[in-house]
Structures are given as C-alpha cells and as structure tokens.
Design a protein around this ligand. Structure first.
Ligand code: ZN
Length: 273
C-alpha cells in the first residue's frame, strides 16, 4: 500500500458514513438452514413475524428519523411477499439481494452457488422492479468462486467481510473490480444477541446490552479517521417492541453527532475510488 493511499485513508473526513443493512429473511431464515424446517409451522412463524408485525414499525422508525436503509431479501421471500418489496421501495429504501433460498454457501456445489446468486437477484428484480446491486450471502460466507459469480450478475456492493472498518474495493488477479466491500462485524449485528430457535440455542440478551455494544463502538469508530459504521439488523429480530425502542435510542444518538451521514449501500460504495 502506498503512503499516499495510507494518508488519504487516514484523513478525517467531514462526513462519517453510517450504513443500516436490514435482512428481511422471513421463513427463509429457517428453511435455508434445514429443509425439514419447512414442516415446522411454529418455527416458520418465528420468521413470518418479520412480515406480519416487524416490517411496518421498522419502516416507520426509519421514516421518523429520515433514514434510508438497504434491505437484503432472499429471492424466495421476494417471491412470497412481493408487496413487502413494493412498500420498502415506496419509502425510498434500497433493495439488496440475499441469495435465493438463504442456504449457506458452505453446503453448496459451485453450480448451486451460482444459481442461488443469479436466481436471488432475478427474484428481487422481478418483484421489486429494480435490479439489486448490493448483495449479502446467507451466512456471511464466500466460496472461492463467489467474486466471479457476483461479478457476472452485476453486483457492485458486498456486505460480508469483516477484515476492516473502512470500505474497500475487491481485486481479482491484481486488478480492481467493480465490487466494493462494506465490511460488517458480528458485534454490530442483532443476530448474536437475539437469534434463537430451531437448532440455534443461545442465551437471548437484553436489548440494552446490544445498545451498549453498538453505541460504544459507534462513538469510538466515529473518531477513527476514514472509518464508517455498519449496523446489521434482521426484521424478525429487531422488529419487537422493546428492541425497536432500543433502536430508536441508537438512531437518535447517531443522528446527534454532526458528522453522521446515513447512506444506502449503493451511496456508501461511491465513496471508494
Ligand atoms: Zn439472512
């Protein structure tokens, strides 16, 4: 890395980009893990909460704060609930792709992975009326083929890697590609605090605990030159009353800092040369 690049990266910008990436998994959170979960109506209802209850207050909270987010939607969810995509888009948010059936790439053949990516993007485009350019895998995992496959489909934003707190560009064979990474972090996601059910048996944490971790990290990252803040949420997890109040407090806190700029993934990617 050249000194010029380092000094540019480390320059304190007059803007602190904040990206809110929200997964609308619905039942796919479970059927993607285990096909047999398709025969467990109560477990599926845990995911359906995203559509039946969670989405509306999440959208209203974002509107209240004047924030545009990026929603990552599995193709199967887009095919099942096209009206949800229409409502998200009507409110001005970005539609992103989240594979087709929410299966982890770890269990797929290369051909299956390629189809998951292509079908997922096509389903969001068909139901949402716009071709998504932002993409997140089902479990924050890539294979050695993933970059090739998402390039084929015109993806320009990946939200999967965890190696930096600055956005960066992916390279292939030493050359820059159109794909910008907006790195994520497990501690800046809601799932480690709240995801429960099926084969996931962990201790559910109080919302205030997530708030403490997120805002502690936000305040410290705010002072890191060149850094950005990327929060990952799931409608079926964050869309519950107490957690929504916590998210409201977080958004209020972030908006209270004068350099904060909320950006969609597509907007944030434009910051990377
Ligand atoms: Zn998901």
């Amino acid at each position: 890395m050249s000194n010029a690049l380092l000094s540019k990266e480390n320059a304190m910008s007059d803007q602190f980009p904040v990206v809110i990436g929200i997964c609308l998994d619905a039942e796919a959170i479970w059927t993607g893990k285990l096909p047999a979960d398709a025969y467990r109506p109560v477990l599926l209802s845990n995911g359906a909460f995203a559509i039946k209850e969670g989405l509306k207050p999440v959208l209203e909270l974002l509107d209240h704060h004047g924030i545009k987010a990026t929603f990552f939607i599995p193709g199967i969810t887009a095919d099942t609930y096209p009206e949800a995509l229409a409502e998200i888009r009507r409110r001005g948010h970005e539609l992103g792709s989240h594979t087709y059936s929410h299966r982890s790439v770890l269990g797929l053949t290369p051909a299956e992975e390629r189809q998951e990516i292509a079908r997922g993007i096509e389903a969001v485009e068909r139901n949402g009326g716009v071709r998504p350019t932002a993409w997140r895998s089902a479990s924050w995992e890539w294979s050695k083929h993933t970059l090739d496959y998402i390039l084929e489909e015109g993806v320009t934003v990946s939200c999967n890697f965890q190696d930096r707190i600055r956005p960066y560009r992916h390279f292939r064979d030493g050359l820059p590609t159109p794909v910008v990474e907006l790195p994520v972090q497990w501690h800046l996601a809601d799932a480690p605090f709240f995801l429960y059910g099926g084969d996931v048996q962990r201790r559910i944490r109080p919302a205030a605990e997530a708030e403490s971790v997120w805002m502690e990290e936000f305040d410290a990252t705010y002072d890191w030159p060149g850094a950005f803040f990327h929060l990952t949420l799931h409608v079926q997890l964050i869309g519950h009353p107490g957690r929504l109040k916590m998210l409201d407090r977080c958004l209020t806190h972030m908006r209270g800092r004068n350099r904060t700029r909320f950006l969609t993934c597509a907007e944030a990617a434009l910051l990377v040369e």
